[in-house]
Structures are given as C-alpha cells and as structure tokens.
Design a protein around this ligand. Structure first.
Ligand code: ZN
Length: 485
C-alpha cells in the first residue's frame, strides 16, 4: 500500500517534471528559432525600423529617416530622395549595402550604425550630398567613412569629379597640386598629418577626389577619418576657393563665377586695367624679344634664366612678379593657353613688366603621345590666345614634362626650351629645398625650372634671387640668354 502510493506519487511527479521539461525545451527552441529568424529577417528587410519621410527646405528634396531601437542591432540612417528614380536607387543601394554589412558583422556581437548627410546647393541648382557613415561593432570602430552623391535637379543627372573638370587630365593634375598644398598649409591639421597617406590620397587620380561638394564659395573635398590625418581630426575637409578652382571647371559650372574672378584679378593687379594697357615701356612687342639694357650687355657678367611654368595663377604669379621687380629680374613664363584664356590681364601684366611669355600648350598634354592634329591644336590654340590677349606672339616653346621627340619638333616652329636646373618645386613644395636646389646646380647660362602655381615657390623666390645676386648673376629671359651666348 505504502509502496504503491509511493509509486503513484512518484509517477505523478515524473509526469510533471517531464511536462515542464518539455514545455521549457519547446520554449527554448521557439526562442532560438525566432531569434535567428529575426536576425535573418533584419538583414533583408527593415520591418523592425521606423521610417519617416519629410519634405526638406531644399526644392525637390525629401529626407528619409530610418531608425531601429533593436537593442542588439540599433541603427539610424538618413538620406535624401528626389523625383528621379535613378538617383533614388543609387542612394538606396548605398544605404542597403551599408545596412547589410552592418547586420552581417553583428555576428560578433552588438553594435551601432549611423548614417547622416549634409546638403550643399550650388546656384546652378546642383546638389552635393555628403554622407558620413559611422559603423561600430562591439569594440571595433571602422572610422567615419565619407561618400558623396550629386544631382542636377533639372535633368536628374549625376556629376562626378571627372565631369566637373571636363575629363581634363591637366586640370586633374593642377587640382591635386592645389589640394596637396591646402592640406600641407591647413593650420587645423598641423602636426596631425600622416605624410605617406597624404601622398597617396593626393595622387592625381579621379577616384582620390570623388568626395566633393560644389558650393558658391568653392569646392570642398572630404577625406575619411585616418586617411590623411590622425583619427582625432575626424573627417578632414579641404576647401579650395572658387576663384582658384574655377578655371579648372567645365564651362557650365563656372556660370556664376567670372565676375568674381575678374574683380579679384583686378585687385591683384593693384592698378586699373586701363592704365596697364597704355604704355609698354619695355621693348617687347610683336614677335620680338626684349633687349638687354645696355649697361648689362656691356659688362661680362654671369647670367641665369629663371623660368616659371603652368601659370598664370591669380595668387602666385603676382607675388612672383613683385619679387622679380624687387631684384630688377627678368624671367620667362611658359603659360598654359587654358589659363591665359582665364587670366588675360595677368598674361598682359607679365609682358608689360618686361618678362617673356612662352607657349606651354593648352591642356599640359604629353605631345609625344599625341597625333599631328592634337599637337597643332594644343600649340596653335595657345599661340592664338597669347597673341590675342597680349598683342605679342609667344617667342619660345616648352613641351609639358619636357617630353619631346622628332615628330613633335617637326610641328613646332619656335625655339624649344628645356632646362638644366630642375628645382623639383612641384614635388617638395619647400622654400628651403628650392634654395638648396638652385645653390647646388646653377652655373653661368643655366635655365632654372620653377612653377608659378606653388605657394612655396613664390615664398622662396626672394631668398633664391638674393643668393644668385650675391653670386654675381643677372636675371635674363631665355631668349636673351640664347642671343648672348
Ligand atoms: Zn608644365
């Protein structure tokens, strides 16, 4: 009896334990299943998120905000949408792929994803949207990553940096130079630059400058966190003034620019243009080269020809002219036709101050890789603009990169001028290096290569001239050097 009661009691207990165990197991399996289902689900759709769309203060632009407060996979992303399906898809694809990356990396634990953006509206109507992606997974922060999207709200077209610069490789080269200089001289980045990264990030490759914003004031370039400077500096923004970059841009993006630039050039000239046009008191006129002042010609003195390539530049060239004037130095400026077209007053001023102007092609192209038609076009168009704006013909020619062969030679009917002292000013951007290079290599009759587009060159020129003058040199144009030898 006692035994059987005990037995009954024990089987009753067994039943309860088994049932509870079964229920708990089922619950566990169910919980695990829903959890994993939930995770699979999240990487594909956003149904756990709250999506909100509002009109923005920018014409034609809506702002979409998606937020998820899921404690294991929280995220907040924000992006623009327009009336153009193509643009919208590009943006949504970017957002989707950022979310997919994020959810996949969550296997390592919990994290957070934030994407925000800034809007820039150019007077032409163009929008630049700069995205900042902040992706964090349990202790691993990948740094803030920048991306940009661009929209012409009249056509729905996108623009990229190559379109903006009219696919012009010479302009790309100039742009990379400007950006590198701006990075080096940015007081905010001083002491934080990672120099080898800066070299890579400013190589003249379209992809290096893909993240930009076009504004009324200029072009801003964005770099990822830790790309050029220590992470403490966040995502560095390098701004170039519109007066500086405008000549590099395709015509349609310059639309609102010329009056501003013209005014700046006039200011730099220190004088009204009319007074400059009046009296050339130097003996340079059509087709002729300047004559040496008689007292210089009669003495037996060492001569050197300073040459400045790739300008004129509204900031650098006037500074160089001022220094040349201080030392009564004459120099030769090998100008790009595309820049003479944009800064005709500077070209005139160079000539009026007694310097020589040389032809350096229109787009700075390597002529040894060009056919006859392209060579003629590059050279003739530049000759035309130089004569058109200054009234005098270019008297000498220098091939970009010094690249020359018999084929190119046969199409050029001007003296072809290379150099024997290469200061490498474009590479070092250092006033002290400029002086060292000149000290080391200059001899009587030298032709020194510099560029009037680099701030360090303009800054270092005074010391270079002081040194050469001390050494007994006088400064003549390359044509004067040629005729006196
Ligand atoms: Zn050049």
């Amino acid at each position: 009896m006692r035994k059987s009661r005990r037995k009954r009691h024990s089987s009753w207990l067994n039943f309860i334990v088994t049932t509870v165990f079964a229920i708990v197991s089922l619950l566990l399996v169910f919980t695990i299943m829903t959890k994993s289902l939930d995770r699979v689900d999240k990487s594909k759709t956003t149904h756990t998120a709250v999506i909100d769309t509002i009109e923005s203060s920018y014409p034609g632009i809506k702002i979409v905000t998606e937020t998820s407060n899921d404690e294991n996979a929280p995220y907040a992303v924000q992006y623009p949408q327009s009336e153009y399906i193509d643009f919208n898809h590009r943006v949504i694809d970017y957002i989707q792929s950022a979310k997919t990356d994020y959810f996949q990396s969550l296997d390592k634990g919990s994290g957070e994803l934030n994407i925000s953006f800034e809007t820039f509206h150019h007077p032409s109507g163009y929008y630049s949207f700069i995205f900042f992606k902040n992706h964090y997974v349990r202790g691993e922060h990948s740094g803030i990553v920048v991306d940009s999207f661009h929209l012409n709200p009249k056509t729905g077209d996108s623009i990229d940096i190559a379109t903006l610069l009219n696919q012009n490789e010479a302009h790309l080269l100039t742009l990379s130079t400007y950006i590198k200089e701006a990075i080096a001289s940015d007081p905010n980045l001083e002491g934080h630059l990672i120099n080898e990264n800066v070299e890579l990030a400013t190589e003249p490759l379209w992809d290096n400058f893909r993240n930009f914003a076009l504004t009324e004031e200029g072009l801003s370039f964005y770099f990822n966190q830790s790309d050029i400077a220590s992470s403490a500096k966040g995502t560095p923004v390098i701004k170039l003034a519109i007066s500086k970059v405008s000549p590099l841009l395709a015509k349609e993006y310059q639309a609102t620019v010329p009056p501003v630039v013209q005014q700046e050039v006039n200011n730099l000239l220190d004088k009204p243009i009319n007074s400059l046009e009046k009296k050339p008191d130097v003996s340079v006129s059509k087709g002729e080269t300047a004559q040496l002042p008689s007292e210089k010609a009669s003495k037996h003195v060492k001569k050197v020809a300073l040459t400045f390539d790739d300008g004129p530049d509204p900031n650098i060239t006037p500074q160089i002219l001022k220094t040349l004037k201080k030392y009564d130095a004459k120099a030769t400026f090998f100008m790009l036709g595309s820049r003479v077209e944009y800064y005709p007053d500077l070209a005139r001023r160079v000539l009026l101050e007694g310097h020589e102007i040389g032809n350096h092609t229109w787009t700075h192209s390597n002529l040894t890789k060009a056919n006859k038609e392209k060579i003629n076009n590059e050279v003739a168009k530049t000759a035309g603009i130089i004569e058109g704006v200054t009234g005098a013909k270019a008297t000498v020619f220098r091939p970009p990169y010094g690249a020359i062969n018999e084929h190119v030679r046969s199409h050029i009917d001007l003296p072809i001028i290379l150099w024997d002292v290469d200061t490498l000013d474009w590479k070092y951007r250092s006033s002290s290096h400029l002086l060292e290079a000149v000290k080391k290599h200059t001899k009587d009759g030298s032709i020194i290569l510099m560029h009037d587009i680099h701030q360090a060159t303009a800054n270092g020129l005074d010391a270079v001239l002081a040194h050469l003058q001390e050494e007994g040199y006088i400064f003549v144009t390359v044509s004067e050097l040629g005729t006196s030898h």
